[in-house]
Write a protein that binds this ligand. Sequence first.
Ligand SMILES: [Zn+2]
Length: 58
Amino acid sequence: MSRSNGLAPTPSGKPELGALICRVCNEVVATLPTNGVKKIYGVCGKKACMESTIRSGG
Ligand SMILES: [Zn+2]
């Protein structure tokens, strides 16, 4: 049994249109079920990226 409709199915039944993007390396870290295409900037789990944010101070 295999299906592929292009969108990843989610438990909530919504397509995950939101993308969590690492603002350091610009990679998509995760997708989120949002009401539209959204880009949310965060930081991924890479050591280099995390250190980069610590150094930037806030
Ligand atoms: Zn990163």
